[in-house]
Design a protein around this ligand. Structure first.
Ligand SMILES: [Zn+2]
Length: 360
């Protein structure tokens, strides 16, 4: 049950965790180079957008739509990405003008260029209504009270020098990689059918990795634009932050795996990171098992009371730094609070107001 000695890599999106072939069948054919497109289904083009992060790319999808095209997700608002868009405006988008943008979720690598593209192309942008407050929160500079709440949360979970850590985070914060919020006139509803050219997509809305994450499922041909919910080589980050206190994002994510895991096994999955694949039942089941393993690992530590901070290196097999330290702590708390919700652990408060978890 303990983590293997070969430590998984960590990226801004989550922890490296691979379902190997042949449990997954990767789509044959070339992977587009940075900033390039490859057609992978009728009228559907895979655009690999480079990113200046430890995760070096995001997959975007351009779908022919009448005499133009619909874009799904947009890339970070970094010069590296806008340079790709400027080049595509003189090539791909000259042939098939941009007509509409759909966003799977509010994270910066997905929403980053949306406002910038909307201004340049005067197109509607659509995403889930429930995701809008979280997108706004990422954009705005936090108030002094919000910084204090964050530091108090980190301190309560066992971090030393939390004030200095919060200051360090602002220099790293992803909000700097979003250029304004797009105007959303018509939010995208769960269950809505969106027609794009010859494609009919059902919007499948799930929680866990990001509030109101929307995937786009086509029954014929069977294809899922999966966003970050079913990545083939990364277990997407599951965060319980100060702002989400009282929620159960891990429970939500496990529920998402149930919902998406019921789609047909033959469905071609288009993930936001990594390569398109078939084998979504295997992937959903492996991701579920991965979280159960983390829960077991944590439960094994809780014979004596522990802070969440003390358990982060146990869960990830190493000390984490910077943004990874924040995401790692959020993910560890999400697992601990899930155990509390299941009645398998209890959270106690010390006289100083710090949280300690122990086995129930
Ligand atoms: Zn994401």
């Amino acid at each position: 049950m303990f983590r293997p000695p070969s430590l998984p890599t960590l990226t801004a999106e989550g922890e490296g965790f691979l379902t190997p072939e042949p449990r997954l069948h990767y789509l044959a054919g070339p992977t587009p180079g940075p900033g390039e497109t490859v057609a992978i289904a009728p009228g559907l083009h895979w655009l690999r957008m480079p990113m200046p992060l430890d995760l070096n790319h995001i997959n975007l999808w351009l779908i022919e739509d009448g005499d133009g095209c619909t874009l799904i997700d947009t890339g970070l608002a970094a010069t590296m990405c806008t340079a790709v868009w400027e080049r595509l405006e003189a090539s791909f988008l000259r042939e098939r003008p941009l007509r509409r943008i759909l966003l799977t979720h509010f994270h910066p690598d997905h929403i980053g260029c949306a406002a910038w593209l909307q201004r340049r192309h005067q197109v509607p942008v659509r995403m889930a209504a429930r995701a809008l407050p979280a997108a706004r929160f990422l954009m705005e500079d936090p108030t002094q009270a919000e910084r204090a709440a964050m530091a108090a949360y980190f301190t309560a979970h066992g971090m030393e020098a939390a004030d200095a850590f919060v200051e360090e985070l602002w220099s790293l914060r992803p909000g700097a990689q979003i250029r304004g919020l797009p105007r959303i006139d018509a939010p995208l509803a769960a269950g809505e059918i969106v027609t794009v050219g010859a494609w009919r997509f059902e919007v499948i809305e799930t929680d866990g990795h990001a509030i109101a994450h929307q995937g786009f499922y086509s029954r014929e041909p069977q294809l899922l634009i999966a966003g970050d919910q079913l990545l083939p080589a990364i277990s997407p980050n599951i965060s319980l932050s100060a702002a989400d206190w009282g929620q159960d994002p891990l429970g939500d994510y496990l529920q998402s795996l149930e919902v998406l895991g019921r789609l047909p096994q033959e469905t071609l999955v288009l993930p936001s990171h990594g390569r398109p694949y078939r084998g979504l039942h295997a992937r959903a089941s492996d991701l579920r098992a991965h979280h159960q393993e983390h829960l077991e690992l944590l439960r094994g530590q809780l014979a004596t009371p522990h802070s969440a901070c003390a358990l982060v290196p146990v869960m990830f097999g190493r000390q984490l730094k910077g943004l990874h330290q924040m995401f790692g702590l959020y993910e560890c708390v999400a697992h601990l609070e899930h155990l509390v919700g299941r009645g398998e652990a209890v959270r106690e408060s010390t006289a100083q107001g710090a949280y300690r978890y122990r086995r129930a």
